[in-house]
Design a protein around this ligand. Structure first.
Ligand SMILES: Nc1nc2c(ncn2[C@@H]2O[C@H](COP(=O)(O)OP(=O)(O)OP(=O)(O)O)[C@@H](O)[C@H]2O)c(=O)[nH]1
Length: 340
C-alpha cells in the first residue's frame, strides 16, 4: 500500500499570477516567497522579452525556479510550461504549491487551458487565478491593451488592486468599478507593493471561476506577437545615469515597460535594477556583481511597431565609443519571433 502511494505522482496545486505589464506580479510573488508560511513553493516565471529579468529579481535562490523567456506561456511556450511544471512535480522532493507568473502580455485563460490536460490535472491541478491590476495605469489603457487587461480581469478568481499608494480614493474607486463591471463576482482587494494575505493566494481550493471560463472560451483568439514588440539592449560598456534618465524620460507612450539590470558608471561594483512602468522609473542598487561580469541588460516592451530599437540605442550608447568599440561592446537585439 505504502509502495503504491509512493509511486503515485503528488498533487501539487498551481496558482496563476497574472496582470498587465508592470502591474506588480513579481512584487506579489516576492511577498509570498519571503513571508513565513512554512510551505515549499516553486515558481515558473515567464518574460515576453529575450531575457528573463523576473527570474533575476525573484528573492529565491534554490532550484525551484523555472524561467521561460522570449515568448508567452499562453501560446508559443505552452509546451515548455507543461514540461516545466512536470519537472517540478517529479523531482525528488516536490514543492507543496506552484505559482506561475505569466508575462504581462499573457491571456491567463490560455495559460489555464494548459491545465485542462488530463495528465497535468492529475498531478498539478489549477487552484486559481490571481490578477494584479495597477490601479493608476489600468484606467488609462486603450484599444488592444485595454482588451488584454480586461481579459486578465475577467479570468480572475481574485483581483488585487495594486499600487494603491499612488492614487487617491476617487481613483481607487474608479479602478474598483472597472473591475466590477468586468467581473461582478469578485471583490477587488486593495493592496500596496503586492502585500496580499498569503492564504488568499495559496490554497484557494479549486479554480471555480477560471475553470468554467476556460471551458467556455474558444482557443486561438489572440496573437501577442501581432500586438507587442520587445527590444533588448545589452552592453558591457558602463552606462551614464544621465543618459539612462534622458532615455527613460523621453520614452514614447507606445512603450509600456522597461526593466533590467544596469551596469552604471556611477555605481561600479554593483548591478542596479531598473524598473519603469508608464511614466514612472526607479533604480535600485543590488548586491555586488561578485564573480559575475558587469553588463547592462534592459528589455523594452511596447506596442507592435512602437519600440524603436535604433532610437533606444542612440539614446543609450555612449558617443565616445566608435563603431568598432560599439559593436564589440553591445549585442542588442530586436527580439525575433515567428510571424503569426
Ligand atoms: N509605488 C508602488 N510601486 C509598486 C507597487 N507594486 C509594484 N511597484 C513597482 O512597480 C514596478 C513593477 O513591479 P513588478 O512587480 O515588477 O511588476 P510585474 O507585473 O511583475 O512586471 P512585468 O513582469 O514586467 O509585467 C516595480 O518598480 C515595483 O517596485 C505598489 O504597490 N506601489
Amino acid at each position: 500500500m505504502s509502495e503504491v502511494a509512493s509511486l503515485a505522482p503528488p498533487r501539487v496545486p498551481v496558482t496563476i499570477v497574472t496582470g498587465f505589464l508592470g502591474a506588480g506580479k513579481t512584487s506579489v510573488l516576492n511577498h509570498v516567497l519571503t513571508s513565513s508560511h512554512g510551505r515549499r513553493i516553486a515558481v515558473v516565471v515567464n518574460d515576453f522579452g529575450r531575457i528573463n529579468i523576473d527570474a533575476e529579481l525573484l528573492q529565491k535562490s534554490d532550484g525551484d525556479v523555472v524561467a521561460l523567456a522570449n515568448g508567452c506561456i499562453c501560446c508559443s511556450l505552452s509546451e515548455s510550461l507543461i514540461a516545466g511544471v512536470a519537472r517540478l512535480v517529479r523531482q525528488d522532493s516536490p514543492p507543496e504549491q506552484i505559482i506561475v507568473e505569466t508575462s504581462g502580455v499573457s491571456d491567463p485563460l490560455d495559460v489555464a487551458r494548459a491545465f485542462t490536460d488530463p495528465e497535468l490535472q492529475r498531478f498539478a491541478p489549477l487552484d486559481g487565478i490571481v490578477t494584479v491590476v495597477d490601479c493608476e495605469l489600468a484606467p488609462t489603457l486603450e484599444g488592444d491593451m485595454l482588451r488584454l487587461a480586461s481579459r486578465q480581469v475577467i479570468a480572475a478568481d481574485i483581483v488585487l488592486l495594486n499600487k494603491c499608494d499612488l492614487v487617491d480614493e476617487a481613483e481607487r474607486m474608479r479602478a474598483s468599478r472597472w473591475v466590477n463591471a468586468l467581473s461582478p463576482h469578485v471583490r477587488p482587494l486593495q493592496v500596496e507593493h503586492g502585500r496580499v494575505p498569503i492564504d488568499l493566494v495559496l490554497g484557494m481550493g479549486g479554480a471555480t471561476q477560471s475553470g468554467s471560463a476556460v471551458d467556455s472560451e474558444p482557443p486561438g483568439h489572440h496573437q501577442h506577437e501581432a500586438t507587442f514588440d520587445t527590444f533588448t539592449y545589452e552592453s558591457m560598456v558602463p552606462l551614464h545615469v544621465q543618459r539612462l534618465h534622458d532615455c527613460l524620460s523621453q520614452l514614447p507612450k507606445t512603450i509600456f515597460r522597461a526593466k533590467g539590470i544596469v551596469n552604471l558608471l556611477e555605481k561600479p561594483g554593483y548591478p542596479v535594477v531598473l524598473q519603469s512602468t508608464g511614466k514612472r522609473a526607479t533604480l535600485t542598487v543590488g548586491q555586488p556583481w561578485a564573480g559575475r561580469e558587469p553588463r547592462t541588460q534592459i528589455v523594452f516592451i511596447g506596442t507592435r511597431g512602437g519600440v524603436d530599437g535604433d532610437w533606444i540605442e542612440g539614446q543609450l550608447i555612449e558617443p565616445h565609443f566608435g563603431s568598432t568599440g560599439r559593436s564589440k561592446a553591445r549585442a542588442s537585439t530586436r527580439d525575433k519571433r515567428e510571424e503569426p
